[in-house]
Structure formats: C-alpha cells, structure tokens
Design a protein around this ligand. Structure first.
Ligand SMILES: CC(C)(COP(=O)(O)OP(=O)(O)OC[C@H]1O[C@@H](n2cnc3c(N)ncnc32)[C@H](O)[C@@H]1OP(=O)(O)O)[C@@H](O)C(=O)NCCC(=O)NCCS
Length: 143
C-alpha cells in the first residue's frame, strides 16, 4: 500500500477517513466535527503542524486507507501524534504500526527525542498500538 508524506491539503478526505475509523470507538464524532478538528490540526491550533513527520496511505478509488498527523505542541512540551487512523477495511494488517513508526522515525531524524499521544480511556486498540511501539502509559489527571 503506497504511503506518502501528508501536507494536510486534503482535509475532506482526511475527515472522511477519521469519521469512518473512529465510528465504533469512544472517540466517535460527526463528520463535520472531524472536518473542523483536522483543519485545526493543520492550521496550528494544536501546535505547529509537522508535514515531514505526517504520512498517509492511499486506498483504491482515490480514498485514504490511513493517516498519521504530527504537531509540535508546547502544551505537551514537544511533538504529539495529533491523529492516527486506519480505515476499518484496512485495520489489523499492520498499517497503523507502519504509520506510527514512520512518524516516530521522521521525528527522530529531525532531532526530537520524545513523542506523546493522548489516548481516551476505553480506546484499548489504540492503547495497544502505542504500547507495542515503545510508548509508556501515563495517567493524565484533570482537575
Ligand atoms: C488504532 C489504529 C490506528 C490501529 O491501526 P491498525 O492498522 O489496525 O493497526 P495494526 O494492524 O498495526 O495493529 C496494531 C495492534 O492493534 C491490534 N488490532 C488492530 N485492529 C484491531 C481490532 N479491530 N480489534 C482488536 N485488536 C486490533 C492488532 O492486532 C495489533 O496488535 P498486536 O501488535 O498486538 O498484534 C486503528 O485501529 C484505528 O484507526 N482505530 C480508530 C482510530 C483510533 O482509535 N486512533 C487512535 C487514537 S489515539
């Protein structure tokens, strides 16, 4: 499956992918909200978008199979996986792992030594993906 850098120019396709990928998860949102959220990621609301560490995989018929978007977010004191999503038709075949590793490798080449991600409680597939790729779980206390 061809994987290429993601410059964030195709927000509608990215939103459609995220909508499908998250539909059966605790993080599901309507399509319009994904469009706004992805625009915000690309436009810097969650830190500077890092196109050189962001990748997407093409499926057939002009659709996307997967994406990882990275930002450099002061709030998290460094780079963050702002979005990782694989279309349900392509899940479980290693694409999420490949995208995550491509992103972390690119960040490392750019000199970053840490990378963070926020996982919602109950998103166990996501937790497993990150833990299997050397991320360490930390509880986030709010209040
Ligand atoms: C999380 C996600 C990106 C993983 O993508 P993927 O291409 O399926 O991942 P991989 O095939 O590389 O598999 C990663 C691990 O998850 C497991 N997995 C994948 N799909 C699964 C499923 N539907 N149910 C249970 N486990 C699953 C794999 O077995 C693998 O575990 P292993 O390494 O112990 O074998 C994908 O499931 C997804 O888009 N989920 C919805 C969006 C989401 O939650 N994003 C993360 C937000 S922080």
């Amino acid at each position: 499956m061809p994987v290429r850098p993601c410059d964030g120019s195709d927000i509608e396709k990215l939103a459609s992918l995220a909508h499908a990928a998250f539909e059966e998860t605790v993080d599901h949102e309507p399509l319009g909200l994904w469009t706004r959220k992805i625009s915000s990621i690309i436009n810097g609301k969650y830190g500077t978008f890092l196109p050189t560490a962001s990748f997407m995989a093409d499926a057939t018929a002009g659709q996307l199979a997967g994406v990882v978007l990275a930002t450099n977010f002061l709030f998290y004191r460094g780079p963050v996986i702002a979005l990782i999503a694989v279309h349900p038709c392509a899940q479980g075949a290693g694409l999420g792992t490949y995208l995550l590793r491509s992103c972390v490798n690119a960040l490392s080449v750019e000199g970053f030594t840490v990378c963070r991600a926020r996982i919602s409680p109950g998103n166990d597939v996501s937790k497993r993906l990150f833990q299997r790729n050397a991320f360490v779980l930390r509880e986030l206390w709010v209040g």
